[in-house]
Write a protein that binds this ligand. Sequence first.
Ligand SMILES: [Fe+2]
Ligand SMILES: [Fe+2]
Length: 189
Amino acid sequence: MRAIDIIHAEHRALSAVLQAFRFVLDGIRAGTMQPDYVLLDALIEYITEVPDRLHHPKEDDVLFVKILEVLPELAPLIEKLQHEHVMGARSTKALREALKVYQAQGSAGFAEFDAAAMRYIESSRKHLVTEETELLPIARQKLAPQDWAGIDAAFEANKDPWSGPTGEFRTLFSRIVAMVPAPYGVGPA
Ligand SMILES: [Fe+2]
Ligand SMILES: [Fe+2]
């Protein structure tokens, strides 16, 4: 069940970036941090690229398909998760636009950007929790070794949340860590 380890690792990487994003928004809202638009842009790039290009395709095209085949009674849960993938991709696109507006308007535009970003962070967190608590434990229990063989192979072929297919996520993640202040990063306080 190499696939499950890979999913956990990708969920952890994404959670770390979501927590850093929340930390930065809290700081700006409290007035203890100046808005850093380059950092905000990098955070949005990560939460757009990693789920949409690396993570969700493997769930949608491989894991969910096999689960549905073996456990058709999970169809409502799978449909909900797939719908959340679609909505998530829409939300990150909207966030990118909201950041442009915020950058143009300055502090007057923060509240709207903040609300949209916090909504995204919360729904993305819930999505990860649902997969971790409602989907993966049942899949681990009910899928047979031959089911996992195919899933594992597909996940092995595309697995690295830290560096991505061509190394670009490593650079992006390092940039984020360098810009976010402690304790979530090593950037200037
Ligand atoms: Fe998912
Ligand atoms: Fe996931």
